[in-house]
Ligand binder design. Structure first.
Ligand code: HEM
Length: 520
């Protein structure tokens, strides 16, 4: 667990007895962890919701890692760095049935993996399941009033407005102008690396590509990340996500944050930096002449013009800032992460890489970059992207909260206010859905087998809140893949050492150093 309890103790001495106690415990992480947890259990806390639910019925299957009183806490601590695999192991033990997770000071949660339950939560009983307090409490600092945390009418207005930029006409333009320009910069960088015989961090380059791309698509704002050195906004964004992932994982995050003042102050500095960055984009737009503003049709323009509610009120700068950040998270991290994982899986599977390059060469003829139609038509390239996404979904876990009590299709009674979560990462490894080779990287399954439903394959979420950027992400991801492998062979230096970091999404831990060989 990277954030051990000792690491959560303040760096500067606290006054008096507490300081001495903390100093003593700081050198003994195990003892301090145990004592802190014990103290948490003994102290009656108004945040605990255990008492506000009916006693958990014996018929519920407890998460196999649960222990009395502390619930899943010891399991979560010992598996923090491999949470998704540990969760998959736990599901295997119970035959992928619904489990209940308990922990002191945290409301119990169900984790489902049955596609029927997913469909019930995300479509059939859509109005009864909201993002709710669980996510808002933990993620408000970064998501604010933006679409990811929004519910009800507020969500509907945002979704309808944003949907206007995701049109086929727009997509063709994105490929021909924005992606094509950005790809030339990426190819030039890889060219230099290949000539110099060095390795390069592809993870960093993919993040730069998607951030620049969405800067233009969403806000008509050139961020020039591909041609810059460090990007402080992006670094702050990554740190903040790791911090917030801890809140989603640890039931005692709120108390730990009060103890660990220095980490919190760094977090607040990052939050300020990120907000200032979003504000700059808005300020520049407001400073433009009315004529120039009216000629634009990007997301920011749409959001500035739409009525936020029935009263005709416009979004405030604070709200616009939240929207900008929500879309930047959506548009940057997810697609970039899938691209990184795709390179990882292709490095482990040279036969798939060969097949991909053969399809690219056969489709493109003499051309160096694909057209919109070619990207859409390349079956194997699309299958490679989908397969990497299936095995390493950026939104690897998710959940929604029941407004009223209800019963899931597998018979699980969900009390009012309880959260039902799911681990897409684990669901992708369920042999009942994906077959005996569920764990294997096999792009052919997307060509030879039936296409799984949204509720079996939740990588893009499902139902009315299915990812708004799905088509854009697939187009951008496959465009980059095809253009890149048209020019180069790209192989990770040491794929066997690659794993994921526990963050809000599912980035590769550390760098993705790759060797680049010129193909043409
Ligand atoms: C491979 C890349 C992507 C994946 C795997 C992905 C996945 C997801 C998932 C799982 C959700 C549901 C999140 C939740 O419940 O809060 C979601 C929502 C969303 N995604 Fe994506 N996404 C991707 C790319 C994009 C891109 C490029 C955009 C463009 C901006 C985008 C825009 C959105 C938006 C606006 C929502 C919120 C939809 C709503 O709540 O109605 N996504 N995405």
């Amino acid at each position: 667990m990277p954030a051990t309890i000792s690491a959560l103790i303040p760096q500067r001495a606290a006054p008096g007895l507490l300081a001495r106690l903390l100093a003593l415990l700081a050198g003994r992480p195990r003892v301090s962890t145990a004592l802190l947890l014990l103290a948490l259990v003994l102290v009656r806390n108004r945040h605990t919701a255990l008492g506000s639910y009916p006693r958990m019925s014996k018929s519920y299957i407890r998460h196999p890692g649960s222990v009395p009183v502390l619930g899943v806490i010891p399991w979560a601590i010992s598996n923090y760095d491999r949470l998704h695999d540990a969760m998959t192991d736990a599901f295997r033990q119970v035959g992928f049935k619904t489990v209940v997770i308990t922990a002191p000071f945290s409301p119990p949660r169900f984790i489902v993996s049955d596609p029927r339950c997913i469909e019930y939560v995300l479509r059939t009983n859509f109005d009864n399941f909201v993002k709710g307090k669980f996510f808002d409490d933990r993620l408000h600092d970064i998501l604010g009033t933006g679409i990811f945390n929004a519910d009800g009418e507020h969500w509907r207005v945002l979704r309808k407005t944003a949907a206007n930029i995701f049109t086929t006409r727009g997509f063709r333009m994105f490929v021909e102008t924005i992606f094509a320009d950005e790809m030339k910069l990426l190819v030039a960088k890889l060219d230099e690396t290949a000539v110099a015989g060095q390795a390069i961090d592809m993870k960093d380059l993919f993040f730069r590509f998607t951030l620049d791309g969405f800067g233009m698509i969403g806000f008509g704002y050139p961020l020039h990340c591909m041609s810059r050195g460090s990007v402080p906004f992006a670094a702050a964004f990554d740190r903040m996500q790791t911090y917030l992932a801890y809140r989603v994982t640890s039931p005692s995050w709120w108390i730990e944050e009060r103890i660990k003042a220095s980490a919190r102050s760094k977090f607040l500095a990052d939050k300020r930096l990120i907000r200032e960055f979003a504000q700059t984009i808005i300020d520049q737009r407001r400073a433009e002449t009315a004529e120039k503003r009216e000629a634009r049709s990007d997301l920011l323009t749409l959001l500035m013009n739409v009525s936020a509610d029935d009263s005709g009120r416009k979004y405030t700068d604070d709200e616009l800032r939240d929207h900008v950040l929500n879309f930047l998270i959506a548009g940057r991290d997810t697609t970039a992460q899938v691209l990184s994982w795709t390179v990882y899986y292709l490095s482990l599977h040279p036969e798939a890489r060969k097949k991909l390059m053969a399809e690219i060469d056969a489709t493109l003829g003499d051309a160096t970059y694909p057209t919109y139609e070619q990207v859409k038509g390349m079956k194997y390239a699309n299958a490679v992207f989908s397969e990497a996404l299936r095995l390493s979904p950026p939104v690897a876990r998710n959940g929604k909260t029941a407004i009223e009590a209800c019963t899931l299709p597998d018979g699980t009674f969900v009390p009012k206010g309880m959260t039902v979560g799911w681990f897409t990462y684990s669901m992708s490894r369920n042999p009942a859905v994906w077959g005996a080779d569920a764990e294997a990287f096999r792009p052919e399954r997307w060509i030879e087998e039936r296409i799984r439903t949204q509720y079996e394959n939740t990588s893009f979420n499902a139902g009315p809140r299915i990812c708004l950027g799905k088509a854009l992400a697939e187009l951008e991801g496959v465009y980059v893949l095809v253009s890149m492998f048209r020019h180069f062979d790209v192989v990770a230096v040491d794929p066997s050492k690659i794993t994921y970091a526990n963050s809000l999404t599912l980035p590769i831990k550390g760098e993705l150093d790759c060797r680049i060989t010129k193909r043409r």
